[in-house]
Design a protein around this ligand. Structure first.
Ligand SMILES: Cc1ncc(COP(=O)(O)O)c(C=O)c1O
Length: 342
């Protein structure tokens, strides 16, 4: 059987999720009558200390609904140049949300405040309005840096001082909270709105939750319907999400320990392969450039040994640990990489 390290999105529903989906009490969610969706939304909002929540089909949908709700046509949003919203949402910021993206660099997941200040436009007849500052936590899906609450507070204050909203793409926020040993509410308190994915480390088969004030969520619900995201008996889907929130968070430290185990094993093979102090959550980026091996070659060779990794550049690959990966799988993968490099 393949050991699939490409992403934590490859996780499959647990037996408990499958049972909950089968047995879910459901209704027509577009009519506001699905009790299981309501339960998941209430649970999510309470967990993050926000007024309200909305179940969406995916993280991409949640992100775009949020931007549509927080902006007007032609507004500018400032976001990191390595973020999912900027790189991996098929140009939806321009094509659907009708905003202009202003990407800025980051170092270990953090913006320099001077870069943010430079990107915020003074108001003027010719300038787009800088409307939203977007954070991602964990930041950079090829590295997974957790951003501490103090950093979020500081950067959010800067945005607010310039009359901007703050949005957080928290696809892997549970990994961030686990790595930082902090409460989810701490990570949510400085942002106007955020989304998290049920489908990453928590292993649910579908769904993301968008959170914010009641007014924001009311607007978001209407936009979700407009773009075809309304679902009928979505309680079957929500039931898996409830199990994910209740049973899968407490084990994320195992994924982080496995990622570190992998990084240490790779460094023992050749320390140029990884930067150990960059491994903070469940993501390991491996750099084969100094060993003169192309990622295509590595990926193909590992596939022959039943291991899947994701090439993320000509010489770099990414490996993510998750519910489907054990410490033995990590040891097997490290041994396989050593064999391929010989
Ligand atoms: C940081 C981040 N944001 C958003 C998403 C989008 O989630 P989805 O695949 O559910 O659309 C992902 C998915 O990998 C992600 O990593």
């Amino acid at each position: 059987m393949f050991k699939d390290f490409r992403s934590d999105t490859v996780t499959q529903a647990t037996p408990e999720m499958r049972k909950a989906m089968m047995e879910a009490e459901v209704g027509d969610d577009i009519l506001g009558e699905d009790p299981t969706v309501k339960k998941l939304e209430a649970l999510s909002a309470a967990m993050f200390g926000k007024e309200a929540a909305l179940l969406t089909v995916s993280g991409t949908m949640a992100n775009q609904i949020a931007i549509m709700a927080l902006t007007q046509l032609g507004d500018e949003i400032i976001l990191g140049e390595e973020t999912h919203m900027y790189n991996l949402e098929v140009g939806a910021l321009a094509a659907l949300s009708c905003v202009q993206a202003r990407p800025i660099p980051s170092r270990m997941g953090r913006f320099d405040t001077s870069d943010v200040k430079k990107a915020i436009r003074p108001r003027g007849i010719q300038a787009p309005i800088s409307r939203v500052l977007c954070l991602e936590n964990t930041y950079d899906l090829n590295r997974g840096y957790p951003l501490p609450p103090e950093y979020q507070t500081e950067i959010a204050q800067l945005a607010r001082n310039n009359s901007m909203s703050v949005y957080l793409d928290g696809a892997r926020i549970f990994n961030a909270a686990e790595a930082l040993k902090c409460d989810l509410k701490e990570l949510a308190k400085d942002v106007d709105a955020l989304q998290f994915c049920l489908t990453k480390g928590l292993a649910a088969p579908f769904g993301s939750m968008l959170l914010g004030s009641q007014d924001f969520i009311d607007k978001a619900r209407w936009i979700k319907q407009r773009i075809g995201g309304g679902m009928r008996q979505a309680g079957h889907m929500a039931a898996a999400g409830i199990v994910a929130l209740e049973t899968m968070r407490d084990r994320l430290h195992e994924d982080h320990a496995n990622a570190l185990r992998l990084a240490n094993a790779l460094a023992a093979i050749d320390e140029r392969l990884v930067t150990i102090n960059q491994v903070k959550t469940n993501v390991v980026q491996i750099d084969f450039e100094q060993l003169g091996k192309e990622s295509g070659f590595i990926t193909e060779a590992l596939l022959k040994q039943q291991i899947k990794v994701k090439p993320i550049g000509p010489y770099a690959c990414r490996m993510i640990t998750h519910w489907g990966i054990t410490a033995e799988d990590v040891d097997y993968a490290a041994a396989a990489i050593q064999k391929v490099l010989k």
